[in-house]
Design a binder for this molecule. Structure first.
Ligand SMILES: NC(=O)c1ccc[n+]([C@@H]2O[C@H](COP(=O)([O-])OP(=O)(O)OC[C@H]3O[C@@H](n4cnc5c(N)ncnc54)[C@H](OP(=O)(O)O)[C@@H]3O)[C@@H](O)[C@H]2O)c1
Length: 229
């Protein structure tokens, strides 16, 4: 959609970078956040490919001051899409018993607290008919958990989904989405994952386009199928 504006949080690499590229290819204007002041080369190259349409901002979602400063810098912007993609993995076989409190807190802060703090701080920049989305995971589904692997990561994405549910109780006009991107070949997903980044982000962008204008919260995969809570 021409003249549409997206903010992608956590766009230095992997799915976030792929989402930025996908929306640029659809003629959107994109604000991409990265950690630190120096964007990675891939982001610089994307910016060169789309002159004047990609703006890069620093943000670490677990640093409250950085969220506040970003909100101030973007105060005159209006967004059609706020997509918080930032997240970290935690080992498949790592159990709660083997995880320190500090490590547990780090995963929870990065995958649940930080994304929702970011959304709470920036949500008023999103148009009333706009979309607010988080990158969840199929592993965040409680109903589908039959193996009990990825204990801490699962818990963090289930917490993210619940926090979005809380948010949805107060936001009745926008489209709110928790997206499961599939198992994707990124640094996190690893080389054996079943999907490439392009397939996943194309599907996600299609889901966003299809759902825009439908208020309420849904947990959907990259093909637009409902994921059970
Ligand atoms: N790949 C999969 O199969 C898969 C499946 C389900 C869900 N997901 C979810 O999809 C999202 C992206 O994953 P990915 O596979 O693209 O992983 P990735 O390649 O490891 O990329 C993770 C992204 O999150 C950013 N990030 C991490 N901590 C951050 C923080 N504190 N503040 C801001 N940004 C932060 C990273 O920035 P830096 O470059 O600065 O580290 C990077 O841009 C994650 O939320 C992940 O849980 C992935």
């Amino acid at each position: 959609m021409p003249d549409s504006h997206a903010l992608i949080v956590g766009a230095s690499r992997g799915l976030g970078l792929g989402l930025a590229r996908e929306f640029l290819s659809r003629d959107w204007h994109v604000i991409a956040t990265v950690r630190g002041e120096n964007p990675p080369q891939a982001v610089e190259e994307l910016s060169a490919d789309y002159p004047g349409r990609l703006m890069v901002e620093p943000l670490d979602v677990v640093v409250d001051d950085e969220i506040t400063e970003l909100r101030e810098r973007l105060s005159d912007r209006r967004l059609d899409l706020l997509f918080v993609n930032a997240g970290i993995g935690h080992g498949r076989g790592e159990t709660l018993v083997a995880t320190s409190a500090r490590e547990f807190a780090h995963v929870m802060l990065t995958n649940a607290y930080g994304p929702m703090r970011t959304i709470e701080a920036l949500q008023d920049l999103v148009r009333k008919d706009g979309v607010i989305a988080v990158m969840s995971s199929g592993l965040g589904s409680i109903a589908n958990n039959r193996t009990g692997t990825w204990e801490i990561y699962r818990a963090s994405k289930a917490a993210l989904n619940m926090l979005m549910h809380n948010f949805a109780a107060h936001d009745t006009s926008r489209t709110l989405l928790a997206i499961a991107p599939g198992w994707v070949r990124t640094d996190m997903g690893g080389p054996n994952a079943t999907l490439d980044v392009e397939t996943s982000v194309r599907g996600i962008a299609d889901v966003i386009a299809a759902r825009r204008g439908t208020p309420g919260f849904a947990f959907l995969n990259y093909r637009g199928e409902v994921v059970p809570w």
